[in-house]
Write a protein that binds this ligand. Structure first.
Ligand code: SF4
Ligand code: SF4
Length: 704
């Protein structure tokens, strides 16, 4: 696992009146326990991975409370877990990265929202939208609207976030509706504190078990016709009004008064950015007092018509700050105001851009326009000066950056996936480039230089399915690359089973690195067993488990090879055979090599222990003989390792920079393998750095 959360787990035990310090997402974890959650599930993904990671690591404490925690195999299984709250008064929470995870969970969510819930359910979404986002840029808001599930978007401070977790459960129970809470990247990682409360023992738990199913069988709790027709009516006739009543009565949305007769309606999650923009414009102080009144929507769906009309009353104009497209909130507000005959101008996307994050610069620009037209007496000259300075910085940066080489993101130093792409590149030089269907995960880095392999990306575990249409139309076999995380998430059924059922062809490369590495090295069904990891100093532990191979054989995959990733020659031979064999059917190469990041983390304490005890330890490092290096850099084009780089040629008569290996080299061996497999120049050498040398080592050192 990426991190040990020992300190954070301790803070889960905090009681009444104590102070919780930490990140936003960890405040959610504590608040779930304060709210008496009975069960927690989810699928890892930034920026909410820590919620589940902490819960999994805190198993002993959660057992004391009777809280059940499940690391689900996909968001769909996590969403389906919430079915426990349909019939029983059990509060449940699940978490995943959105929009991708919500897409995967969509089926179960639709059924859950239709049936409605008795126990409160909270879905904590890592809203991966905006400048740091790594998935398709869409908003979870659309799911809330189409299924009539409520959507919280709390102001990014720990007290509000924790409070909204508890109110979220109550709202869910008051309206029998699942509630989603979106937390943007910054909200997840915002640091702060809040006054904690004692954790509540769940009403139903692993300690207080249910006697059995409900005494009275209620067909209406099944999302199945004819119940679904009644459930659809219940959503708008009963659940929606109940939710609006709860939101208004408990003042979940917050009004911050001001002196001007214009107003701003903002998604709660954008509140901190708005305050910074107002301050930059000279319209707010450092303590959050704004001259313009603000309605911060901690609940962005449903909106409460009276609340909106009440805020807009007597205001000359409103500006709605709603990130992304389309402008769901603005459209709904326009409808409410028109129906209530509230005069005044409504602005939003006419002053702000439609697609993309509302960063400080965008907010300052939009607010300046709004103020200029509707409150021109306000002095915003400090904002104008700031914008000019930003512009100057941009111009300077673009002039400087134009002179710098592009540095695409890449694999970690020593990553086991890099040699596979080196081998694929070597074979492509011989047989021509095939279509490569890429998947979500670390291997997607191979889409960048120097590999440039990956023609499509259709979702987690979807690469083989995405090759199904291309393969029959291609003269060369299409190649799908998939991680072991993606394989278990969706790839086994959507890809492998579908290919076998359709008697498909093609090549599937499964990166068996042992963990869901890209999300923080969480465990998989095929992760190496704990004892295999402990004894494997210097070795890959990924091969200790054969579940993937056994599953594929059991399903009927006939052409199946497991290859050590770092053996570039063997990998190239196997891949070439898969691409060219006349044998029909799916060809699967299990590329085996433990995630180097996890391996280094695992080995670090073991190595430190050895050194402390004075035991001999040998570290391998590669290097380049600068006199032999020809300076053509084909080794770099075949590897892309960040520690294999260039330096000035020491020979005054030669101008081309030579290759060099810098300090971070972990001695993975790829440099030597590539030099051998691609018959490169003989300039690479392998060195052994011996710590705590033996008498023999010292003697040999003297002799040599
Ligand atoms: S996290 Fe692991 S699998 Fe991912 S790039 Fe780093 S070493 Fe490779
Ligand atoms: S051996 Fe080469 S590829 Fe491996 S870590 Fe060292 S420099 Fe990078």
């Amino acid at each position: 696992m990426e991190r040990q959360f020992t300190k954070e787990i301790e803070s889960l035990r905090l009681g009444d009146g104590e102070t919780f310090h930490g990140e936003g997402i960890l405040a959610v974890t504590k608040a779930l326990l304060q709210a008496g959650v009975s069960y927690v599930g989810g699928y890892q993904g930034a920026p909410v991975s820590h919620l589940l990671d902490v819960m999994v690591q805190a198993k002993d404490y959660l057992d004391e409370l009777g809280v059940h925690v499940e690391a689900c195999t996909s968001e769909a299984s996590a969403a389906a877990m919430l079915g426990a709250s349909i019939n029983y008064p059990a509060r449940g929470a699940v978490t995943w990265k959105s929009i991708v995870g919500t897409n995967v969970a969509a089926d179960a969510l639709s059924y859950l929202a239709s049936a409605g819930v008795m126990g409160g359910t909270l879905i904590v979404l890592g809203e991966d939208y905006g400048e740091g986002g790594v998935v398709a840029q869409e908003r979870s808001h659309a799911f809330a609207l189409k299924s009539l599930m409520w959507l919280l978007d709390p102001r990014p401070n720990l007290s509000t976030i924790a409070n909204m977790v508890e109110r979220g459960f109550e709202l869910s129970e008051a309206s029998n509706t699942p509630v989603m809470m979106e937390l943007r990247i910054r909200a997840c990682h915002v640091r702060g504190s809040f006054r904690s409360k004692k954790n509540l023992a769940p009403a139903v738990s692993t300690l207080h078990k249910l006697d059995g199913p409900p005494k009275e069988f209620i067909y209406d709790r099944l999302a199945h016709p004819p119940a679904t027709f009644r459930q659809e009516k219940l959503k708008s006739d009963v659940r929606l009004p109940a939710a609006r009543r709860f939101i208004a009565e408990h003042k979940l949305n917050e009004v911050f008064p001001g002196t001007e007769n214009v107003g701003i309606v903002v998604q709660g999650g954008l509140y901190n950015g708005l305050m910074r923009a107002l301050r930059t414009l000279g319209l707010a102080d450092a303590f959050g007092a704004s001259r313009i009144p603000i309605l911060a929507l901690n609940v962005v769906y449903p909106l409460v018509p009276d609340e909106i009309a009440g805020f807009a009353e007597n205001k000359r104009a409103l500006l709605v700050l709603e990130e992304g497209q389309p402008e769901f909130i603005e459209q709904e507000i326009a409808t409410f105001l028109r129906r209530a005959d509230v005069p005044g101008k409504l602005h939003g996307k006419d002053f702000m851009h439609m697609a993309g994050e509302y960063n400080l610069e965008a907010m300052v620009r939009g607010l300046s326009r709004f103020v200029e037209i509707h409150a021109p007496h306000l002095d915003t000259s400090s904002g104008a000066a700031w914008m000019q300075s930003v512009q100057r910085t941009k111009e300077k940066a673009s002039a400087t950056l134009a002179a710098l080489p592009v540095r695409p993101p890449t694999f970690c130093v020593g990553c086991p996936e890099r040699p596979v792409f080196s081998a694929m590149k070597l074979v492509a030089n011989e047989i021509g480039r095939p279509h490569v269907s890429m998947d979500v995960g670390c291997h997607a880095f191979a889409s960048f230089e120097p590999f440039s392999q990956g023609n499509t990306l259709l979702g987690y575990g979807m690469s083989l399915a995405a090759a199904a249409g291309v393969n029959p139309m291609s003269s060369k076999r299409a190649v799908a690359v998939m991680g072991d995380g993606g394989f278990w998430h969706n790839g086994l059924l959507s890809g492998v089973a579908s290919n076998l059922m359709n008697k498909g062809d093609g090549v599937l490369v499964i990166m068996k690195n042992g963990y869901a590495s890209a999300t923080g090295t969480q465990e998989l069904l095929s992760s190496p067993p704990e004892d295999a990891r402990m004894v494997a100093v210097g070795e890959s532990a990924a091969g200790a488990d054969r579940t993937i191979e056994n599953t594929l054989s059991g399903l009927g995959v006939k052409w199946l090879r497991t290859v050590n990733n770092y053996d570039v020659g063997a990998m190239a031979r196997t891949y070439r055979e898969a691409m060219t064999t006349p044998e029909k059917g799916l060809k699967v190469i299990v590329a085996e090599g433990e995630c180097q990041l996890e391996r280094q983390r695992r080995l670090k304490p073991q190595v430190a222990d050895k050194l402390k005890k004075g035991e001999r330890y040998v570290r391998v490092k590669y290097g380049v003989d600068e006199d032999t290096c020809t300076g053509d850099h084909s080794c770099i084009r075949l590897s892309g390792c960040p520690t294999l780089t260039v330096k000035d040629n020491p020979d005054p008569l030669r101008r081309d920079p030579v290759a060099t290996v810098i300090d971070g080299c972990v001695g993975c061996g790829l440099c030597g393998e590539n030099a051998h497999a691609a018959v490169l120049c003989p300039s690479f050498y392998r060195a052994e750095v011996i710590q705590n040398p033996s008498v023999w080592d010292k003697l040999m050192h003297r002799i040599v």
